[in-house]
Design a protein around this ligand. Structure first.
Ligand SMILES: [Zn+2]
Length: 63
């Protein structure tokens, strides 16, 4: 049985990115999840997304 939507607690399924900022946010999120600090983990995801949407991310292809 396979759920249609992915659960929010699977950060390890994400492919690695060459962007150091993304790596730091991903690592911080993993640590927060390990500490069951869900609000902190959410903050890390939001900050990473904001960083990517701001065009600062080196892990995305230019274009
Ligand atoms: Zn990035």
């Amino acid at each position: 049985m396979k759920p249609e939507s992915q659960p929010p607690s699977t950060p390890t399924n994400e492919s690695p990115t060459p962007c150091r900022t993304c790596q730091e946010f991903t690592l911080a999120e993993a640590v927060a999840n390990g500490e069951r600090d869900w609000s902190k983990a959410t903050d890390c995801r939001v900050l990473r997304k904001r960083h990517q949407e701001a065009g600062e991310c080196l892990g995305r292809e230019a274009g």
